[in-house]
Every structure is written in structure tokens, then in C-alpha cells.
Design a protein around this ligand. Sequence first.
Ligand SMILES: [Zn+2]
Length: 124
Amino acid sequence: MKQSFFLWGECLGSREVPRLWQTGPNTTAFPAKFRHRNLALCCPVCGEIWGRVWYEEATPEWSFETRNCPKHPDHRMQLLGWLEVGRGSFLCRFPEHVDPLAYADDLPERLLRHEFNMLMEKYS
Ligand SMILES: [Zn+2]
């Protein structure tokens, strides 16, 4: 099944993923398999849906997650002196190898270039 990434409506590429994903061995819940849900990433500063993760055979419902877009750093985190995490990133914030948005070698090259650029902007 295809998993595709869209940044501001432009496709950054696709890859094949299993039709179901399974919770990891470290979860407190019993292991279970789930169908993928399409994901929209919405910026809490500008209100734009800047990112979408689309699955070929997803559930009918979309999930929405608040995450700063590439243009808007998270000033709350900067004020607290914490590392800003996730701005403009599609990848999961708490890496676990079973998460469908965890880093993997087969992620599309354009998506990886985008993630690299976001990291360079964050630390420059
Ligand atoms: Zn924004």
C-alpha cells in the first residue's frame, strides 16, 4: 500500500508500507494492528494545513495534528529554553521503529531532503 507525503499541496514522494501497522513491544497496551489514517498537519500560528500524509487504503476518517509549519518556529518552546521539535517535520516526535512516520531508509528522497533542510534551519 502506498504512503505519500504532501508539503503545501506538492507531493514529496511515496513509498510502500504494510497495509496494517502494529504497536511496538514497548507499548503498555497489548500488541494490536491498526489501519492507517490519513494525517493533516495544521500550524497553530497561521492555521494552514501545510502537510498531509496520505495512505492508499486508509480509514475513511482523517486525523489532524497541530504542528508548526516550516515558516513558524514554536516560540513557546524557545521561551522555555527547550529544543523546538517538529517544526515543518513529517516524522514522528518520539521515534519508535514501528511508527509509520518513524525514520526509515526507504522514505522518499525529496522528503528526506526537506527533513534535512528543516534540521539545518533549526540549528543554524
Ligand atoms: Zn505556520
